[in-house]
Design a protein around this ligand. Structure first.
Ligand code: NAP
Length: 461
């Protein structure tokens, strides 16, 4: 009877997880999605704690307390800009849990001589995916947190070496299936997985880490599936499969939005070579600068304004200031929209999250495909810390590394105002012709301060 109740509870939890994934797809409902997922997780955890199979609750209580002490600050105090590395750290913890379960189950099985072949296959896959996800995620965390060098670290034969190591791990797995009690093979496989995690992430540039983090998310999901098979737990199999597949789909979608193949992100060491030399007008062109007073006059009398936020908005944490400026322009009768590029910033949905945090209504956030048709009727496009996602070279220069990446067609607006600190390039490292076009003027400075200055001037205009 209890077992039936537990399986029903797992079914209910799975239903909530699937609904959560559906709901997370839209900014308006994303918060609800998180609540559904949290509720589903609470149901799953409670159901797992029910059975009499649990020997002692004491250690579980200690673990839950440690988890809460670590998890609360991670959830509440980490700033939005540090979210990618926070997620990487969570994956490392999740994968560590799966790996430890695998090691525990294997050593217990080896000691009691109860290791069946199917069981060892599941345990082997668990530590393989788990081990490489732990170190890979820690490397991603280190790169994003700038504890490790963000540039791709490469050496000759690196990719082949990784492949050889992976092949060795797979051979080890095959060996274990034939001879399950070879403890040293299990240990060697785990060591190789841990090493592969480090070597796999080392040659990938820091700014590509979000794609890597979401791929590692997928591996953590696969480790959870294997754990589910190993300890005969249905909800782990379902959740792991959802996690594994959604992480993979997200990684592919991000690569697509950057117009780079998945293989190029993983093995291309993007950012290791200097690409700034690609011939563009901007290399020799001159940027026209403007003052907050002049720019504010244009904004105050504009009928249509499109704000184009990018990574610089996140760096300067200017989400509230961009909304205040938008509100001021609207008070004067202007129509203000916010253009959302799928890979603006450094993580999926980065701009949606920042702008939603500032309380900008969702109907004002317009996706790239929809807003691109509006630029030609726009008086001023205000580019706030965006660069690659508005770079016309992506459409016009076949020699550019970002050629083919869909961009926001900012250059079609009647005039363009760019807020940036200096002559810094974007993530791709290429020059941007938009900044030297005659219709573009640059207001140099930190985005937050520039938006504050513009707001003050618009108020007084
Ligand atoms: P970007 O190309 O990285 O450009 C950011 C711009 O912001 C720079 O030109 C920089 O110029 C300016 N900036 C930085 N700090 C600033 C501050 N405090 N105040 C004002 N300006 C500041 O950003 P993006 O246009 O958003 O493009 C995102 C890039 O990241 C794309 O190439 C995308 O492919 C890549 N990427 C995105 C994701 C994702 O999931 N979103 C994942 C991986 C990679 P100054 O230094 O001169 O100020």
């Amino acid at each position: 009877m209890t077992e039936t109740l537990i399986q029903l509870a797992y079914l209910l939890a799975a239903f909530f997880f699937i609904m959560a994934l559906r709901t997370l797809g839209r900014p308006e409902t994303a918060r609800r999605g998180m609540q559904l997922a949290a509720f589903g997780m609470a149901v799953a955890v409670l159901a797992t704690l029910l059975p009499a199979r649990i020997v002692s609750y004491d250690w579980l209580a200690v673990g839950a307390m440690i988890g809460a002490v670590v998890g609360y600050p991670l959830g509440m105090w980490v700033p939005m800009t540090a979210m990618p590395q926070r997620i990487a750290l969570s994956h490392a913890f999740g994968a560590l849990a799966a790996t430890l379960v695998g090691v525990g189950e294997y050593t217990h099985g080896a000691a009691t001589g109860s290791l069946a072949r199917g069981h060892v296959l599941a345990l082997g896959l668990e530590v393989l995916f788990g081990g490489l996800t732990v170190t890979g995620s820690l490397m991603a965390f280190g790169k994003l947190q700038e504890i490790l060098p963000g540039r791709p670290v490469t050496f000759r034969g690196q990719n082949s070496m990784n492949l050889v190591l992976l092949a060795a791990a797979v051979i080890g797995l095959g060996w274990l299936i034939v001879s399950p009690n070879e403890v040293w093979v299990f240990a060697a496989m785990l060591a190789i997985a841990v090493l592969v995690g480090i070597l796999f992430v080392l040659p990938i540039g820091g700014a590509d880490m979000p794609v890597v983090v979401s791929l590692l998310n997928s591996y953590a999901g696969l480790a959870a599936v294997a754990t589910g098979f190993a300890i005969d737990n249905n909800i782990l199999i379902i959740v792991g499969a959802l996690d594994g597949l959604s992480g993979f789909i997200l990684s592919v979608a991000m690569s697509k939005a950057m117009n780079r193949s998945f293989a190029n992100v993983l093995f291309g060491a993007f950012g290791s070579t200097e690409v700034g030399g690609v011939a563009t007008a901007s290399a020799g062109g001159k940027m026209s600068t403007t003052s907050a007073e002049d720019a504010a006059l244009r904004l105050a009398y504009a009928n249509r304004v499109i704000m184009v936020p990018g990574y610089g908005l996140a760096v300067s944490q200017a989400q509230h200031q961009i909304r205040e400026l938008g509100d001021l322009i609207e008070k004067r009768g202007g129509d203000v929209r916010y253009a959302i590029h799928p890979v603006a910033g450094r993580m999926p949905g980065h701009m949606n999250v920042l702008l939603a945090e500032a309380g900008i209504p969702y109907d004002k956030l317009v996706d790239m495909d929809e807003i691109n048709g509006r630029f030609s009727e726009t008086d001023v496009a205000v580019v706030v810390g965006a660069n690659d996602v508005v770079n016309p070279a992506a459409r016009t220069n076949p020699a550019s590394p970002i050629f083919g990446m869909p961009i926001l067609k900012v250059s079609e607006a009647k005039s363009v105002l760019v807020l940036k600190r200096g002559k810094g390039k974007g993530f791709s490292g290429v020059e941007n012709d938009l900044f030297v076009e005659p219709k573009t003027s640059i207001l140099f400075g930190d985005a937050r301060q520039s938006l504050l200055d513009l707001g003050l001037q618009v108020k007084g205009a």
